[in-house]
Design a protein around this ligand. Structure first.
Ligand SMILES: [Zn+2]
Length: 151
């Protein structure tokens, strides 16, 4: 279903209602107030050069839209990388402090579209893997020990 969204024109700052189609990943159209062109990327308005859109060749339009989109994506990707690196630093701090054993890290989920997702690197600590490989794995052949785990 299409949804109605408020779009603030990046050219003139006037907010207008727009109809965003269901798969409205990319929508291109003129601002009703100033008639400059706006590229909506998942509902986020980016300014586009009207001259290129109206009078440019197909290649020029492609190139212009692609460069608008790629500089936007570059910014967003850098934001994501910042978030990931910030969280990685925190996890590394935990490990260095030897406090990293099955600790929940809700901050890993900040900004995540999956609120129930398991944060990366949370479930199994290096120590647990070492313990399993060195102590428990060889003993799986030991039927007595096996029975203490599996009844
Ligand atoms: Zn406008």
């Amino acid at each position: 279903m299409a949804r109605v969204v408020d779009i603030r024109c990046p050219h003139c700052d006037v907010t207008s209602r727009a109809l965003l189609p269901e798969d409205g990943l990319l929508v291109l159209g003129p601002c009703p107030a100033c008639h400059e062109f706006v590229l909506l990327v998942a509902g986020i308005p980016l300014p586009v050069d009207k001259q290129v859109i109206l009078y440019g060749s197909t290649e020029e339009k492609q190139e212009h839209l692609f460069s608008v989109l790629s500089s936007f994506l570059e910014q967003r990707i850098n934001l994501l990388i910042d978030q990931v690196e910030e969280n990685t630093d925190r996890l590394t701090d935990y490990e260095n402090a030897r406090q990293f054993q099955r600790v929940d890290h809700p901050e890993m989920l900040a900004g995540s579209p999956f609120p129930d997702a398991t944060p990366l690197m949370q479930q199994i600590s290096t120590e647990e893997v070492r313990q399993f490989v060195e102590e428990e794995l060889p003993r799986l052949d030991d039927s007595e020990y096996f029975k203490t785990i599996f009844h």
